[in-house]
Design a protein around this ligand. Structure first.
Ligand code: SF4
Length: 91
């Protein structure tokens, strides 16, 4: 399980959520922010921080947003460690 950022983040990327993550697992994925599935500890700290209510634990993602679970997995699977270092968001 990991936390998933869904469609309300597209075009917004407010970023308040990134400031509370204890493991810095937010990345700039272009049109939206994304959380690394293998790094997120599902601590829940980021969920209430986002002003657009876009973050859900993967097992609680609304059905209409479920494609964002695989979208995140595919995004990170396609990246090299160097590419990830370049887009990791650090406070
Ligand atoms: S649930 Fe915790 S570890 Fe996962 S992205 Fe949010 S703040 Fe980071």
């Amino acid at each position: 399980m990991f936390s998933v950022i869904t469609s309300p983040c597209i075009g917004r990327k407010e970023g308040a959520c990134t400031k509370v993550c204890p493991v810095n697992c937010f990345y700039d994925a272009g049109e939206q922010l994304m959380i690394h599935p293998d790094e997120c500890t599902v601590c829940g700290l980021c969920t209430p921080e986002g002003p657009v209510n876009a973050i859900f634990p993967s097992e609680e993602v609304p059905a209409v947003e479920s494609a964002f679970i695989q979208k995140a997995r595919n995004f990170f699977a396609a990246k090299t460690p160097e590419e990830l270092d370049a887009i990791r968001i650090t406070p």
